[in-house]
Design a protein around this ligand. Structure first.
Ligand code: NAP
Length: 279
């Protein structure tokens, strides 16, 4: 049977094995999907061993995404823009690296939530790995404005500079992108506010002006939990739609599955099942 796995440190909490098992069952593909948790300095050796044993592909999570990208012989434009990979595919041609996080977010927003991104004013909070992975795919949707705001303003500016240097995004779309600190967010309501910070994991929220939220703002927390401090804040400030990142998790997995297996599974059914299981 074809072998796949998620590799990271830690991965015992990962929902990827469950998601890929559901995808495989739905499309009648026989495959295995395991967890690999190498020591920090043994990532490359663990990838090489998995490949030598006939492994077909890996999902990569913290803290190895940049090192996964560095291993690749070839990579997608979106992996180059991110400078990081969450998906590796092995073949006789070598190692191919992709980054499906941004496509997963865009698919969740557009297909599952019905959000129009073309012409939208989008506020992206954070400048870590998650933010970096989604900027290119968000700009591909041709928003009117994409503001990247981070607690440490310098990291937001560096993120934009790295994107420019990667050559993966056209200068036209980079001109729709602004980087700043949280206290410098441009005035006015945003159509979409995405929390790509890890603040919800430690029970806090980014210190942003309440005026970014209006009744029609879609607030999106990449953290997946039924409710998060960010979701509560958005509701309290008048946003009627505030959602977590479980849909992004399922959709990025579907993008990886598509790369490996050549078809998209029915993500809506899997998302419904995961929501039911977490009640
Ligand atoms: P990271 O590289 O560690 O970056 C963390 C970011 O959060 C930085 O921008 C940091 O700002 C900011 N931050 C942390 N605490 C904050 C606070 N209290 N107030 C304001 N900003 C704060 O993490 P990451 O890899 O980007 O991941 C971010 C989140 O996205 C995680 O919770 C992760 O679980 C989630 N994620 C979800 C999916 C999905 O499929 N749903 C995929 C990827 C990631 P500074 O630069 O100022 O420190």
């Amino acid at each position: 049977m074809d072998r796949y796995a998620v590799i990271g440190q830690p991965v015992n909490h990962s929902r990827s094995p469950r998601i890929h098992a559901m995808f495989a069952a739905a499309v009648h593909h026989a495959l295995t999907y395991e967890r690999i948790e190498p020591a920090r300095d043994e990532f490359e050796a663990a990838v090489a061993l998995f490949r030598a044993q006939g492994g077909c592909g890996l999902n990569v999570t913290l803290p190895f995404k940049e090192r996964a990208y560095a291993l690749a012989d070839q990579s997608s434009t979106r992996a180059r823009a991110a400078g990081a990979a969450n998906t590796l595919m092995f073949s006789s041609k070598g190692v191919f690296a992709d980054n499906t996080d941004g496509a997963g977010l865009v698919r969740d927003l557009r297909l599952n939530l019905g959000v129009t991104l073309k012409g939208a004013r989008i506020l992206l909070l954070g400048a870590g790995g998650a933010a970096r992975g989604v900027v290119g795919p968000l700009l591909d949707q041709e928003p009117a404005l994409l503001v990247i705001a981070n607690r440490t303003a310098a990291r937001a500016l560096q993120l934009c500079e790295a994107l420019r240097a990667s050559g993966a995004i056209t200068p036209l779309w980079l001109s729709h992108c602004q980087a700043c600190g949280l206290e410098e967010i441009p005035k006015g309501v945003f159509d979409v506010v995405i929390n790509a910070t890890s603040s919800s994991l430690n029970g806090s929220v980014p210190n942003i002006p309440p005026s970014v939220f209006g009744p029609r703002t879609v607030a999106y927390d990449m953290v997946y939990a039924q409710s998060t401090p960010f979701i509560e804040m958005a509701h309290n400030l008048g946003s009627l739609r505030a959602v977590d990142g479980l849909g992004m998790l399922v959709e990025q997995a579907a993008e990886s599955f598509h790369l490996w297996r050549g078809l998209y599974p029915d993500t809506a059914a899997v998302l419904r099942q995961l929501r039911a299981e977490s009640v």
